[in-house]
Design a protein around this ligand. Structure first.
Ligand code: NAP
Length: 306
């Protein structure tokens, strides 16, 4: 007979490891299935200053390692393996992976979301060194500098506003002639003196100097076709996120953007299945809110198992 865990956790980011810590401390037998490296999106951040308890801040890789070690201290196991499919119905749920099938009485889905990329050559090479996907994480590196923000939604506009308080100059680049962001979010933007907006524009090429440092982007006006090089020390890409939820689509309720529908209780439409962190419907996607979800999921999982 295969081993049946009390809790299978898919994804080893802050939501997953907090659920693991709380689950193990509640006496559960917990297994984390993580595709690549514990930490999720946060391992891309060189400096995290908005997770409490680290007065000098901490880099994402170290924080991830601390979360893993803290959970493993209580007996949590991590299997580095890719989940290929799941069966979330019934009392015993299962996850097919490239190293076999794992069984659990409860499943916590903590697979996160990935930023939508521009898809330009060189984008990955400049990751965290000129190209960023999180202004509240990395904006502080651009004090007194010029930054570009790509996008016209709530995130892009909030990011531009946040960066306007740090950077000397902010250039918001949007592909249409009106913003998608809510009016109330837009108002602050129009009041900021150091923000300029390039309407009807998209970046079509990243530019670098002889040392390989990002120096800006060529912007194309989608109406006129005109291309203009624009200098910037950093580019923040805020064009939406793609939740890693495809594999759950047949079994769980998702919203129009692909997020697993779950409220603050983290419960999904299936009993014993919880969605935590960036993969679930929520307003604030941060390390600290993912961690909070992990603790909440265990509360409801304990209730369910009892
Ligand atoms: P979003 O609302 O989907 O906006 C994405 C923006 O990026 C849109 O302006 C879109 O342009 C643009 N875009 C998409 N693909 C692009 C591409 N390939 N090239 C250039 N531009 C591209 O995403 P979001 O701003 O991240 O917000 C996600 C959700 O979180 C939304 O529901 C939002 O309301 C919510 N949110 C709320 C707040 C708040 O303060 N209330 C803050 C942040 C996020 P188009 O407009 O032309 O489609």
């Amino acid at each position: 007979m295969e081993h049946i865990y009390d809790m299978l956790i898919i994804g080893g980011g802050p939501g997953g490891y907090t659920a693991a810590l709380y689950g193990a401390r509640a006496g559960m037998d917990v297994m984390i299935l993580e595709k690549a490296m514990p930490g999720g999106q946060m391992i891309q951040s060189h400096q995290i200053d908005n997770y409490p308890g680290f007065e000098e801040g901490i880099d994402g890789f170290t924080l991830a390692e601390k979360m893993r070690a803290g959970a493993e201290r209580f007996g949590v196991r991590t299997e580095l393996t890719e989940v290929l499919g799941v069966n979330l119905t019934g009392e015993i749920k299962s996850a097919e992976t490239d190293s076999g099938t794992f069984y659990g009485r409860t499943v916590v889905i903590a697979a996160g979301a990935n930023p939508r990329k521009l898809g330009l050559p060189g984008e990955d090479r400049f990751l965290s060194r000129g190209i960023h996907y999180c202004a509240s994480c990395d904006g502080m590196f651009y004090r007194g500098k010029t930054v570009m923000v790509i996008g016209g939604g709530n995130t892009a506009v909030s990011d531009a506003l946040l960066l306007s308080r740090v950077a000397e100059r902010v250039i918001l680049v949007h592909r249409r002639d009106s913003l998608r962001a809510e009016k109330i979010v837009q108002n602050g933007l129009f009041a900021a003196e150091n923000v300029e907006i390039r309407w009807d524009s998209v970046p079509v090429e990243l530019q670098e100097n002889a040392d390989g440092r990002l120096t800006g982007a060529v912007l194309k006006n989608v109406k006129t076709g005109e291309e203009t090089p624009v200098d910037a020390d950093g580019i923040f890409v805020s064009i939406g996120r793609i939740p890693a939820s495809e594999m759950f689509r047949d079994q769980l309720d998702l919203d129009d953007s692909g997020y697993i529908i779950a409220d603050e209780s983290t419960r999904t439409n299936l009993p014993g299945v919880y969605a935590v962190g960036d993969i679930r419907t929520k307003a604030v996607r941060q390390i600290v809110t993912a961690a909070a979800d992990g603790a909440v999921a265990v509360h409801y999982a304990e209730e369910y198992l009892a």
